[in-house]
Every structure is written in C-alpha cells, then in structure tokens.
Design a protein around this ligand. Structure first.
Ligand code: GRG
Length: 326
C-alpha cells in the first residue's frame, strides 16, 4: 500500500489506545511509562489534538510517580527517581500548564544539580551511569524550571567540548564515536546555554547531511541502517544550525510516511516493522520540521510545541522549513 499522507486520525487513536490494553508488553515497559506519556502527548500537540488524552488523569499519574525519598520523578509509581523520567514529567506538566503542581521545586532542583559529576557530565540517577543524554536532560529540565542560573556552566560546557570529535560530531562520552542522537543532546545543551560559538558548524552540518541514505531515510552514524527516529535527532540538529535545506525533504517525508501503520496507526522505525510511540513522535516531529502541511511548529531544542517554548521566553535562534499549505 502506498502511504503518501499523514494518517492523523489513525495516529491519534493509536496514542489514545496505548494505555488501554494492559497486556504483557504494557507491564514490561513500566520503566518507560513517563517517557511514553511525554512522547504521546507531544505527538498529539504537534498533530493539533492536545486534548485527546484526559488531562486530570495524566497529571495525577505524573504526581503519583514522585519519589518522596529523592525529591524527583520516577517512570512509574514506586520506581526510583531518574533524570529521563524527571525531564519527561516536567515536560508533561509544562504542556498541561501544571508546572505549579510539582510537590517540592527546591528539592527537585537540588536533586538535579546533585547528579553533576566532578568532570562536568551528569549521571542519570544516584546509581551512576553518565553521559551527555543526562547532561541535556538536566539542562533542559533546569531551563524549563527557570533555574539554569544554579548550574556550574563552565564545568558543563567543558565536558561537552571533550565529547567533540574530529568529524565535527559528538559522542556519548569523551572519546566515544559520533552519533546523531548524541549530537542532538550536545548541540541542544550548547544551544540552551547560548554557547553554539564552540561548534564547528560547517563540519557538523556536513556530517549530519551525510546521514541521508538513497532511500530517503536517515541513519545515526556511517554504515548503519536508516531509522525514522533520526528524522528528529538529525533534523533538530540541522534546524539548530539553520541547515535543514541540506536534507532532501521530499525523500525524507516519503520515507517517514511509508513507515506508518495504515490499519492501527503509529509509525515504525522503518517500513514493514511494528509501530511504537517512540518512532511515532519522532516521525511526526521530523515531519513538522520539514514543513509538512497542517502540523503545529515544533521547537527542535526542547522537542515541544514551539509556541509554548516561546511563551516561556526560551526560544533560541533555530530555523525549520516553511510550513507548506497544500
Ligand atoms: C527531549 C527529545 C528529548 C530527549 C531527551 C534521552 C534524550 C534526551 C535523548 C536520547 C538521545 C539518544 C541517545 C537516543 C538514542 C537513539 C537510538 C535509536 C539509538 C540507537 O543506537 P544504536 O547504536 O543504533 O543501537 P544505530 O542506529 O547506531 O544502529
């Protein structure tokens, strides 16, 4: 079947149905539940259906994930706090205009800052794994909370610089291979801190543009397969660098649309695979940055509705493609 348009109605129902079927897969993904809510709600916002999920129920769920011992959010009730779920919880509360419902803002800020390591990188939780994903989560969260001024900026920027490679890209840790998703976290972090002057924009833009394969899809690093999620990690980075036109938009749009499930809705990593909410949001986010008709503008740094970020005074100097009208 040839898929040439975005099946908005199908994707809205797909997201609405996600929490309804409490099968084994549902229970096996509790560690991703808070992220899943953020992915679903963001996709709904970008498709122009922000009210398709029950607001009160969602806010109550987010608050039920507050880890009283740590002073931050877990992914599910009774789970330990983690930066990934904490950022998602904050993003959901921002989109639901309920940031003032955070049980203890001061403890939350203190917990986030406590995860910074002597090298400047952040850990995801108190148990130790660290990389630039968590640095980005910390910066994004502190920025949304209006508390960036509490950060040791020099130490933070210093570590990100150590993750930059000869090809212009960034890896997960100092010395690690360049990867498009890590480019997003490092570039997004530098953008939030207004330190894009430290980036080799030309080399990085070339490296990002070279992620497009002959079938139109993007990969995350050389010699790897295309995946719909890179439509966001790569395009958002190019938008920050004002270089989205370096991608063949028509071919990438066709690739993303071809990965939709025409029966049950949702978007998969690539055509023919099973859809999931992660690839659904990042496919739709990519389409928004490509100017796909009738979608809502997405802020590529915060991966949230652009208008909301602008209203909070956090808009930076990025550029997506003009929205088409046909
Ligand atoms: C607010 C959008 C947003 C994000 C928060 C958690 C985070 C910050 C960003 C995650 C960035 C990241 C590292 C995503 C992983 C993407 C991915 C599919 C990685 C797969 O890596 P490999 O090595 O796949 O399995 P490849 O494609 O290289 O074969």
């Amino acid at each position: 079947m040839s898929l040439t348009t975005l099946l908005v109605g199908k994707h809205v129902s797909y997201i609405q149905n996600l929490g309804k079927n409490k099968d084994l897969a549902y229970h096996r993904t509790t560690h991703l539940r808070m992220n899943g809510i953020y992915w679903g709600l963001t996709a709904l916002h970008i498709m122009g259906h922000p009210e398709a999920l029950d607001r009160d129920e969602m806010i109550a769920y987010v608050l039920s994930c507050w880890d009283q011992e740590a002073g931050a959010f877990g992914a599910h009730p009774e789970h330990d706090a983690h930066l990934l779920s904490t950022l998602s919880a904050i993003q959901v509360l921002v989109m639901q205009d309920a940031l003032d419902r955070i049980p203890d803002l001061e403890r939350l800020v203190t917990w986030i800052l406590s995860l910074q390591q002597p090298s400047g990188v952040f850990a995801g939780d108190t148990f130790g794994e660290f990389d630039t994903r968590f640095t980005f989560c910390a910066l994004n969260a502190l920025s949304l909370l209006g508390r960036l001024n509490h950060l040791d900026e020099e130490k933070t920027v210093d570590y990100i610089q150590r993750c930059r490679n000869f090809d212009g890209g960034f890896g997960a840790q100092a010395g690690a291979e360049s990867h498009a998703a890590q480019v997003y976290t490092c570039l997004g972090s530098l953008a939030i801190l207004d330190r894009l002057d430290l980036v080799d924009k030309s080399a990085l833009s070339w490296w990002l543009a070279e992620r497009q394969l002959p079938n139109g899809g993007l990969n995350g690093r050389p010699e790897k397969l295309e995946d719909v999620c890179y439509s966001f990690w790569v395009l958002s980075s190019l938008a920050i660098l004002n270089k989205v036109p370096w991608i063949d938009a028509e071919k990438l749009t066709a690739f993303i649309l071809s990965a939709q499930d025409p029966d049950n809705g949702g978007i998969a990593d690539r055509p023919g695979d099973v859809a999931d909410v992660f690839h659904t949001v990042f496919g739709i986010a990519g389409l928004s940055l490509l100017g796909y008709p009738d979608l809502v503008d997405l802020d590529p740094i915060y991966c949230m509705p652009a208008k909301l970020i602008e209203k909070m005074g956090l808009r930076k100097d990025w550029k997506a493609l003009e929205r088409r009208t046909e």
